[in-house]
Design a protein around this ligand. Structure first.
Ligand SMILES: [Fe+2]
Length: 392
């Protein structure tokens, strides 16, 4: 397996998981010392009645909800974070609860930064953000099972002017508590269940072969892969399947912790870029690009990547005992392709509203994304353009 080199692993937040655990969110907020809470969400989540669960759950504690910021778009933006912060300031909020997908959770993380730092968010962007003081308590309640943002220490926010996704990261940004309640995910429609689940799958697989892979993340990734392979089709077919919803919430959380420590790679670099430029939903972009990224890396860096993807094939339950590493890893790619078809997701970027003449531009920005620096080897711009064309 090769010698273990130096690695670092962090999991700064608490995770709670149970059906109806949100009923006790007020108690959790008391433990976190939050009193005046701003809820950060989006209109669809609010209309689906999910914010109501949180408001009711706050009755279990002594804190109060002072307002609801429901203006988070599918890809959060710098201006949205500023507006959220200003609302928190005006209402004198001292704590946050995010209810939604990665966009709402990341908005709350970035707003929490501003509640300590003040000013403009973009001025605080740094590879190593050092807060001036403790960030306000933040409880994250994911309503999708994909990003893992409820337990990761980074926030990705769109800079609309530059059409670029900007990353903020520091252990302090991790939500104080992540509450995984399957009841909060049952209103997700099948396409969103499928695409967000494939985002989680991409986190696992990329974390397995990233240059920063490490044994603790491996264990999280491999078990999350088993859970996603088993439960994502069921959760997509029948949204009321609480067992499938619960295991998908757990898998997405484990996958988030895995990639937060081991990093994603070329797939996420490319997905972030098409998301920033053309608004392709994050999960859809990753679902399309994942098999292409795996195939590219098997050919590009076979000695590094194929033994890692062999473990992925084994996690899928495939018998690869008679195969060499490259053969075994290609079988893992076929499983991903089959899963995408089974889930009814698009398989090409041309089906996701990406214009063909935009591929060179998105390739240039993918080369600047932090994830690409952790891809095994150093892919060249021409290779990224080529890969985008293959996935088009
Ligand atoms: Fe992702």
């Amino acid at each position: 397996m090769g010698m273990v080199e130096w690695f670092e692993f962090q999991m700064p937040g608490k995770v709670i998981c149970a059906e109806h655990c949100v009923d006790s969110i007020g108690t959790e907020m008391d433990k976190a010392c939050g009193n005046k809470v701003l809820v950060v969400t989006d209109e669809d989540v609010e209309k689906a009645g999910l914010v109501r669960h949180v408001i009711d759950g706050m009755e279990s504690g002594n804190g109060e909800i002072v307002g609801v910021f429901n203006e988070v778009p599918p890809n959060s933006e710098l201006q949205v974070v500023q507006a959220c912060y200003e609302k928190a300031l005006k209402l004198e909020a001292d704590a946050l609860i995010s209810v939604g997908g990665g966009s709402s959770i990341d908005t709350a993380k970035a707003a929490a930064m501003l509640m300590v730092e003040g000013g403009n968010l973009i001025d605080h962007q740094s590879a190593v953000y050092m807060p001036r003081g403790p960030l306000p308590p933040h409880i994250a309640v994911p309503t999708t099972s994909g990003t893992g943002s409820e337990s990761t220490y980074m926030a990705v926010i769109l800079d609309k002017d530059q059409q670029l996704k900007v990353r903020f990261q520091a252990p302090e940004l991790t939500p104080t508590v992540a509450m995984l309640d399957p009841v909060m995910t049952i209103t997700m429609p099948p396409p969103l269940t499928a695409s967000t689940g494939m985002d989680a799958m991409a986190h696992c697989i990329e974390a397995m072969y990233s240059e920063m892979h490490q044994p603790i993340s491996d264990s999280l990734s491999l078990h999350a892969i088993r859970l996603i392979a088993r439960y994502l089709p069921a959760a997509t077919r029948n949204g009321d399947d609480i067992e499938a919803r619960t295991y998908m919430a757990i898998a997405a959380n484990m996958a988030g912790t895995a990639f937060a420590n081991s990093s994603t790679t070329i797939v996420h670099a490319m997905a972030n870029s098409v998301g920033g430029h053309f608004g392709v939903p994050h999960g859809v972009a990753n679902a399309i690009l994942l098999p292409y990224g795996m195939e590219f890396n098997i050919d590009f860096m076979p000695e590094e990547v194929a033994p890692r993807l062999r473990m992925v094939a084994e996690a899928f339950g495939l018998d690869v005992s008679g195969d060499d590493d490259v053969e075994a890893s290609k079988k893992a790619v076929e499983v991903i392709k089959g899963l995408t078809v089974e889930l009814g997701l698009p398989r090409k970027l041309s089906e996701a509203g990406v214009p063909e003449d935009g591929l060179e531009r998105v390739s240039r920005d993918a080369m600047l994304d932090g994830s690409i620096f952790n891809n095994p080897g150093e892919p060249e711009l021409e290779q990224v353009i080529d890969l985008f064309r293959k996935a088009y």
